[in-house]
Write a protein that binds this ligand. Structure first.
Ligand code: EPU
Length: 417
């Protein structure tokens, strides 16, 4: 268990280049399995979850080379279609390999995936979409055995626009000739990135980002070289840190178009937000104005991943803000830790009501999940005195060198010896 000490209460001043997107690169790494040639993935962030994806690829028989920026995956010799339970449990995105293994081998055996405990996180939408496409599913002592007997290209409708289920359908359908229409898919930028990557490999997919994706698969997917989009949640994290602490922060290599909701809400809070082509500048006095309600929704609504980050940014707001979480039933675990720092937040069912306070003070706090952990780092930097943040390994699943990134923004942080 690693702990980070944050010495807060000072404004942030600095510049940072935002890392590549975790939630894009993970399904893209799974997609490399569909090729019969090596694929080169640039802007591949060095994260615990990315290392876990490499381990799964290697376990399936691929070779992976990685220099901290570019991953070269050679899936030529891949032959196994089983992922052991201990690898499945390392992260939620292990479930993406289901669609990829079915596309490559026509069969797959997995167990239930791990990842942040944000609620029950079932995979029923994935499984029912795959079974509509002709996949036979059998549960056997915790294993899910899947066999693609006869591919049935057709129209598949998702009852909820699940990100992972959308990706699994795209991965399977991209590798098999035929045309499938996916209705009511997730519309996140990471879905568009997966579409673009699969098209680079020779698939024909249109419509990602809209209400309907048309997938024309190919049995001849080939290798390619691809650059992953910037991580919008990491960008949001550093933007929220600037809002919480005050000061001026410039983020390079971002895509402001992927952060429309957050930037709109920050502007409503009186934060000075300037956007350029691939830059975002945040100027804040550290005490944003309140807005009545922040409600999480599937993209392009306000992202659930940014809910803890924005909440940390408004603990010292002028007024009260209600956060209504509609995506994950257990995504307020950071609130109890905020209280240790002197925040005034009350949970009522799926709402958290923040009453802004003038001051926060440092405390010993514990990260319980990735974004909640990042939110505690933000709160720690806006609190006076020393905060010791434990459970940093949760944060390292999704942030490249969080200590260095915060230092570049002018924060004082040091690892607990
Ligand atoms: N759901 C079901 N059944 C399913 C699938 C999902 O009920 O078969 C429910 C989930 O339990 C949840 C909601 O639908 O309540 C949304 O789940 P979704 O499938 O959309 O999310 P995911 O694919 O598991 C991805 C991101 C999450 C992000 C969510 C929502 C990756 C690797 N993960 O998860 O990111 O919060 O979409 O946008 O892309 C993170 O990066 O910290 C993170 C948790």
């Amino acid at each position: 268990m690693r702990s980070l000490n944050l010495y807060g209460g000072e404004p942030l001043h600095g510049e940072l280049t935002v890392q590549g997107s975790k939630n894009s690169v993970l399904p893209i790494l799974a997609a490399t399995l569909l090729s019969r040639e090596p694929c080169e993935i640039h802007n591949c962030p060095d994260l615990l979850d990315v290392r876990a994806a490499f381990e799964i690829l290697e376990n399936l028989g691929c070779t992976v080379q990685y220099d901290g920026e570019t991953a070269v995956v050679d899936p030529t010799a891949a032959s196994r279609s089983v992922i052991p339970d201990e690898l499945m449990r390392k992260m939620r995105s292990s479930v993406m390999f289901l669609g990829a293994m079915l596309g490559r081998f026509g069969r797959a055996c997995i167990s239930y995936p791990g990842g942040c405990e944000l609620g029950a996180r079932p995979i029923d939408i994935h499984l029912s979409a795959l079974s509509r496409l002709g996949v036979e599913l059998r549960e056997d002592g915790g294993d899910i055995r899947c066999l693609l007997r006869r591919y049935l290209p057709q129209t598949v409708t998702l009852m909820f626009p699940s990100v992972g289920a959308t990706e699994n359908v795209m991965l399977l359908c991209a590798a098999i000739p035929g045309e499938t229409l996916l209705i009511h898919p997730a519309r996140e930028p990471e879905i568009v990135d997966l579409q673009n990557f699969l098209n680079c490999m020779g698939a024909e997919i249109r419509g990602a980002g809209s209400d309907c994706i048309r997938i024309r698969g190919s049995a001849q997917l080939h290798g390619c070289s691809y650059t992953v989009i910037p991580d919008r949640i990491a960008a949001a994290t550093y933007a929220c840190a600037a809002v919480a602490c005050g000061g001026e922060v410039l983020l390079h290599k971002t895509e402001p178009g992927h952060l429309l909701m957050l930037l709109a809400v920050l502007r409503d809070m009186g934060v000075d937000v300037k956007e350029d082509e691939d830059q975002i500048r945040i100027i804040s006095d550290g005490r944003p104005d309140a807005v009545p309600l922040v409600k999480t929704l599937p993209y392009p609504g306000f992202p659930t991943d940014m809910q803890p980050l924005l909440m940390a940014a408004v603990l010292k707001a002028r007024g009260s803000i209600v956060f209504n979480e509609t995506i994950f039933e257990n995504r307020f675990k950071h609130v109890g830790e905020f209280l240790r720092m002197g925040a005034d937040v009350r949970i009522e069912g799926m709402n958290a009501i923040v009453n802004g306070v003038r001051r926060l003070h440092g405390a010993k706090v514990q990260a319980a999940d990735l974004r909640g952990g990042a939110a505690l780092a933000i709160a720690g930097l806006s609190a006076e005195g020393k905060t010791t943040l434990g459970g940093v390994e949760h944060i390292e699943r999704g942030y490249v060198a969080i200590d260095k990134a915060l230092t570049e923004l002018g924060a004082k942080v040091a690892w607990e010896p």
